[in-house]
Ligand binder design. Structure first.
Ligand code: AMP
Length: 399
């Protein structure tokens, strides 16, 4: 991704209607927002635009109402929660287009903030429909997208609308793109990638893209079992994808040809049963017994991975190294996360991590604030790691 527009490129916004795509798809329990992280992320952009005298019109999806009005998925309570987070009155319009939206926008004063109802109450949103996008654009002099986490979807509020009025990245989106580009597009070398998680099949495109970008790739989690199979090892009852052994072999040989080192586990933690506080043993990677399941990496693997990380300047991490939700199989992930955090704090490493499970694991390790950047986007982060152009980002490009 080359350059993209930012708010600075939109010129004088005083009195202008600026439609801001945010991701207010927040967890709500009993009508209360239970985690306000996504609301907080939107504050800098909304505050800046409001202070510049813009009429700030917020646009978001919420849940999966499948193109129909569903009051249980109304953004109305989120408008109230955002008022509190922002410290300023946030209005609400009962529809994203048509009379409710048009009337509410017409009544706005410079600096006002208004949230429109869930875009997904219209099937046209997910269809990236022109008529709906134009109905949104009627109330916009400019468009700002501050929702990286929704940028992998070509929907009317993330893609088509950006074609209709001057479009730019908001501050949260700008920050995210800057960090992600610094880690993958133009990183300081050597670059280490950590790819973990359950299955090779869901991370094939990630691995393939990283072969050309990273100097070293650590493979962990259930995925590593398929690679161990490809090396001719027995993985017992472990989660593995035998049908992907040829693919794993091909990835290994392509890595060799491209000068990318793939580092596999030396030792693993096994158990006969997958349950909390199960009896465990550490086995060399070539000594797993038939009835055993690999559920984490062993201490020698962690040491080797830490050593490999030591000489690196950039780390990009997606996916846990073990079944981290179930103790003690969080150990390798937590230890390597703490080591990466230490190198980052010492100024030796730029560390970027993303994906829901990865963020949860880094929080468990207590190091989420010590990484250079953590992306809370799930699908968008993975697609970006796959080297894909995200439609919502492409629509903000400078040409
Ligand atoms: P993903 O969504 O692909 O990043 O996979 C994350 C999931 O992989 C987590 O729920 C982990 O518990 C799981 N996982 C990681 N390592 C293993 C393993 N060795 N065996 C089974 N599940 C694993």
């Amino acid at each position: 991704m080359a350059g993209f527009n930012t708010i600075d490129d939109l010129g004088d916004l005083s009195g202008k209607r600026v439609m801001v795509r945010v991701d207010f798809n927040v967890p709500v329990r009993d009508g209360e927002v239970s985690d306000a992280t996504r609301l907080e992320r939107a504050v800098p952009t909304v505050r800046e635009l409001s202070e510049k005298g813009a009429k700030v019109i917020l646009l978001s999806h919420f849940g999966r109402p499948k193109g129909q009005r569903d009051e249980t998925m109304s953004l109305r309570p989120v408008a109230e929660a955002f008022s509190e987070v922002l410290g300023r009155q946030v209005g609400f319009a009962a529809d994203s287009v048509g009379e409710p939206a048009n009337d509410a926008v017409a009544a706005m004063q410079p600096g006002d903030v208004l949230l429109l109802e869930n875009t997904r109450f219209h099937a046209a949103e997910e269809a990236n429909d022109e008529v709906y996008a134009k109905a949104l654009a009627m109330n916009a002099d400019a468009y700002v997208n501050d929702a990286f986490s929704a940028a992998h979807r070509a929907h009317a509020s993330t893609e088509f609308l950006a074609q209709l009025v001057p479009a730019a990245a908001g501050r949260a989106m700008q920050r995210e793109l800057d960090y992600l580009n610094a880690a993958l597009a133009a990183p300081e070398r050597p670059v280490m990638a950590i790819v973990g998680g359950a299955k090779v099949s869901t991370k094939l495109d990630v691995l393939t893209n990283l072969l050309g970008k990273a100097d070293k790739i650590i493979v962990g989690g259930g995925m590593a079992n398929t690679f161990l199979l490809a090396m001719g090892e027995d993985v017992g009852k472990s989660l593995a994808e035998p049908d992907l052994v040829p693919t794993a072999k091909e990835i290994l040989s392509r890595a060799g040809a491209q000068g990318c080192e793939i580092i596999l586990p030396r030792d693993v933690v096994v158990a006969a049963k997958f349950e909390a506080n199960a009896d465990t043993a550490v086995r060399a990677a070539d000594a797993v017994k038939p009835g055993e399941m690999i559920l984490d990496l062993g201490p020698d693997s962690v040491d080797a991975y830490a050593e490999a990380l030591e000489g690196c300047k950039t780390l990009i991490w997606n996916g846990p190294l073990g079944a981290f939700e179930t103790p003690p199989f969080h150990t390798a992930t937590v230890e390597l996360a703490r080591y990466a955090a230490k190198l980052t704090k010492e100024g030796q490493l730029t560390s970027v991590a993303g994906g829901g499970d990865t963020v949860a694991a880094l929080n468990m390790a207590g190091v989420a604030d010590d990484f250079t950047y953590i992306s809370t986007a799930g699908g968008a982060f993975l697609e970006w790691m796959e080297g894909k152009t995200l439609p919502g980002v492409a629509a903000l490009s400078r040409n």
